[in-house]
Design a protein around this ligand. Structure first.
Ligand code: NAP
Length: 491
């Protein structure tokens, strides 16, 4: 059996998981490309103050690389990135990394059944399998507000934090109040003289206590057999219960929503501020946020929460719809990511030269979030409809990595192209579920401009594990290489 060459694009969580499972399956001829100089993906890029996971690390870590010495439940960014570099070393991936190397285009060669990758700078690389592992939240977005370029102060996006710039004593404007902003606003408010927080939509919030583990707790995790596994399993069960609530289990959903409302009432006594922070949409529609510091930060004397729409950036500040100008030395954009492109800015051309961007014109879609008709031997990691409203994305990513390993072992010099009817039927069934989901009930990054939920998986994590457990050969068309041209013999 010939083993394929695999090109993994991205050295974040999903790229590393893909490589580990390939190694385990004996597919050792692979390269992990990343345009960044280090592994880590979003955990390398997002270095804003307060950056941390909000799913406990014993679940937000690979099942095959469990650690018993996390310092606190929700680890800070640098600890997660060190963990990822450790995984790369421990599983022998480091020699397979090609960092600071950007793949600009991947083109399917139909004759030779190979992907030809263009590397920025002019080089090319060929592989049998293309694994885009580019993340859903890797391209930062700054809204195109009028006057943005005229601002004479400092401005940066939360995912491109300017650590050279000192915020101490400054007037800072923060635009956006999503998962990133609620993490960086508390530490920024401790440094800045004044912070204006511009909120477009309030979020449902739950507390996230994150004290460092006591010595006895760390000792128990290290010493008591099975305890680590037990807490991982119980957190997984808690997350599935959240999903149960989001899927419409009314009493459970009401209980979570009541918890969130009670938390707001307890933390914010001022009725005017509380009204501004009260969501008017279904619980769970937007990403639920977890913070035990955000409401406190908003009530500091140096912080104002503003809810008039931002209409313009002026040379010296931010103008809102009421006409007021709010002076700022620095603007921090906590405005999220281009979450619907999946492989951008890389261009992918499949059978007949068709671009993936064109195939996804009506919204990104992939069979099981991984394979797309007309793009043989391309297996997406963390592709369309594999994100979770709540849960650990690593559970999904590991399932994809195991599927990829099966895929790679099955090829033996051939190529697999998912059948269009199979992909169409699975997409339709999933979209039917998603049309009934909570995510259609408000504006959220989970939906594209046409209102199609393109990011999220509709069900439980365990349902995805079942769906992806074994690759069904009948779902794929098998392609064989074109016969070699007969040699012309001249007398
Ligand atoms: P986000 O959730 O997309 O939030 C963007 C924020 O910017 C929203 O409050 C949005 O308001 C606001 N916004 C966008 N355009 C605006 C405009 N023109 N004017 C005013 N406000 C505007 O982005 P994010 O906070 O970076 O988080 C993205 C995702 O990353 C999260 O949902 C989560 O999945 C992940 N994340 C996870 C963690 C973690 O702890 N694990 C931490 C950070 C991020 P609207 O709500 O009105 O659109």
């Amino acid at each position: 059996m010939s083993t394929p060459t695999v090109a993994i694009i991205g050295a974040g969580m999903s790229g590393l998981a893909a490589a580990v499972e390939l190694e385990r399956a004996g597919v050792t001829d692979y390269v992990i490309f990343d345009k960044a100089p280090e592994v880590g993906g979003v955990w390398r890029a997002n270095t804003y103050p307060g950056a941390a996971c909000d799913v406990p690390s014993y679940l937000y870590s690979f099942s095959f690389a469990q650690r018993r010495d996390w310092t606190r439940p929700c680890s800070p960014q640098d600890e997660i990135q060190r963990y990822m570099a450790g995984v790369a070393d421990r599983f022998g991936l480091t020699p397979k990394l090609r960092l600071s190397t950007e793949i600009t285009k991947a083109t399917w060669d139909e004759q030779r059944l190979r992907w030809v990758l263009d590397i920025a700078g002019g080089e090319t690389f060929e592989a049998d399998i293309l694994v885009p592992a580019c993340g859903q939240l890797s391209v930062p977005v700054t809204p195109n507000l009028p006057g943005r370029e005229t601002f004479t102060g400092t401005q940066f996006h939360s995912a491109e934090w300017n650590h050279e710039h000192n915020l101490r004593g400054e007037r800072v404007s923060v635009i956006g109040t999503g998962a990133s902003a609620v993490q960086f606003i508390p530490p920024v408010a401790e440094q800045a003289a004044h912070v204006d927080v511009f909120q477009r939509t309030p979020a449902w919030m739950l507390p996230r206590r994150n004290n460092a583990y006591a010595g006895w707790a760390r000792a128990a995790i290290r010493g008591v057999p099975g305890l680590q596994r037990l807490r991982r399993m119980s957190m997984l069960a808690t997350m599935e219960t959240f999903i149960f609530a989001l899927r419409g289990a009314k009493p459970v959903k009401r209980a979570f929503q009541a918890w969130s409302s009670a938390y707001l009432r307890m933390k914010v006594r001022d009725p005017e501020l509380r009204a501004k922070l009260t969501p008017d949409y279904a619980f769970g529609c937007k990403r639920i946020l977890f913070s035990s510091a955000y409401y406190e930060a908003l009530q500091r004397p140096n912080v104002d929460l503003l809810t008039d729409a931002v209409t313009e950036i002026t040379p010296t500040g931010v103008r809102t719809a009421d006409g007021a100008e709010h002076p700022a030395d620095t603007i921090i954009w906590g405005t999220g990511f281009a979450a619907h492109a999946f492989v951008a800015p890389m261009e992918v051309a499949g059978r007949g030269g068709r671009l993936l961007a064109d195939a996804w014109d009506g919204g990104a879609r992939a069979h099981l979030g991984m394979t797309v008709p007309g793009f043989p031997n391309m297996v997406l990691m963390y592709g369309p409809n594999t994100n979770l409203g709540v849960g650990s994305i690593l559970v999904m990513i590991e399932a994809q990595a195991r599927y990829l390993a099966q895929y790679a072992r099955r090829l033996d010099g051939r190529a697999l192209d998912v059948r269009a009817d199979v992909a169409g039927a699975s997409d339709e069934a999933m979209q039917a579920e998603l049309r009934e989901s909570v995510w259609t009930q408000c504006e959220t990054w989970y939906k594209d401009d046409d209102g199609r939920v393109v990011n999220n998986w509709p069900g439980y994590m365990r349902a995805y594990l079942r769906a992806t457990k074994s690759l069904e050969p009948a779902e794929y068309e098998t392609l064989t290489p074109a016969p070699a041209e007969p040699e012309v013999v001249t007398a």
